[in-house]
Design a binder for this molecule. Structure first.
Ligand code: ADP
Ligand code: MG
Ligand code: MG
Length: 255
């Protein structure tokens, strides 16, 4: 069992206007085997939380902590975070010119495990995962993210998730830009990883749609860089009906 613990986290970002506070005291505990959804309107700080967990240099933690099984994640390099078992699928994955999907995956797996995977079983695993994700085998020879469609990027993310076998995955807007069929395929991939390895999932989303396919155990509502409400799956149902107005109106009045 692994536990990712985020405690009273405050994060700022540098902008032209100076230092701007974005996260204002976020507390959240994710254990392997659990799925947590973070929901909230645009600009509430959801991606900032994901980037901070990932170690993006633009974001500065001014107080609070992130630990994985008691180890200080904020002290770790990006690579160390991955080796510790964290998986961060980003909203806008980067292009890696000249590196094929196959080589990228094998290099990543080797870096994570400290040794290269046995070629035969590895190739079989890659083929099987690609088939499950309804990916054309030719995809394996393409350069990472070069000219990938939105759907291909998401499938590639989930392919990594399945093959790299992290303990806790942060999925930021994995549903954005997917049609229903692609959403189902991608969700099934996440669910396979949950079943196979007991993956813990932090699923960040603006819309409730993906939660019909990836069922959250806990739902957290983020507004203004804080978690303002928490509950079970029924909270997502309520958000689907009512949206975020209920949280935003009192804030507008005090502004
Ligand atoms: P969400 O993912 O919930 O839409 P974000 O974390 O992307 O929210 O953004 C929260 C707030 O922080 C927004 O007001 C956004 O403009 C600001 N912000 C986030 N990242 C940056 C950045 N790198 N530079 C400037 N402002 C940022
Ligand atoms: Mg946004
Ligand atoms: Mg976002």
């Amino acid at each position: 069992m692994s536990v990712l613990e985020i405690r009273d986290l405050y994060v700022t970002v540098e902008t032209d206007a100076g230092t701007t506070p974005i996260l204002n005291g976020v507390t959240l505990t994710i254990t392997t085997g659990q799925t947590h959804a973070i929901m909230g309107p645009n600009g509430s700080g959801k991606s900032t939380l994901a980037y901070t967990i990932a170690g993006h240099p633009k974001y500065t933690v001014t107080s609070g902590s992130i630990t994985l099984d008691g180890e200080d994640v904020l002290e770790m390099s990006v690579d160390e975070r991955a080796r510790a078992g964290l998986f961060l699928a980003m909203q806008y994955p980067v292009e890696i010119p000249g590196v094929t999907v196959t080589n990228f995956l094998r290099t990543a797996k080797t870096a994570l495990d400290g040794e290269a995977p046995a070629i035969r079983t590895w190739m079989k695993d890659v083929r099987e995962s690609m088939k499950n994700l309804r990916m054309d085998p030719k995809f394996a020879q393409r350069n990472v993210n070069e000219g990938f469609s939105g759907g291909e990027k998401k499938r590639h993310e989930i392919l990594q998730l399945e093959l790299l076998e992290p303990r806790i995955a942060v999925l930021d807007e994995t549903d954005s830009g997917l049609d229903v069929d692609a959403l189902k395929v991608v969700s099934e991939g996440v669910n396979r990883a949950k079943e196979k390895t007991g993956l813990g999932v932090l699923l960040i989303t603006h819309y409730t749609r993906i939660l019909r396919y990836i069922h959250p155990d806990f739902v957290h509502v983020m507004i203004g860089g804080r978690i303002v409400e928490e509950g079970g799956p029924e909270l997502a149902d309520r958000l689907e009906d009512e949206g975020y107005d209920r949280y935003l109106e009192p804030m507008a009045e005090t502004a």
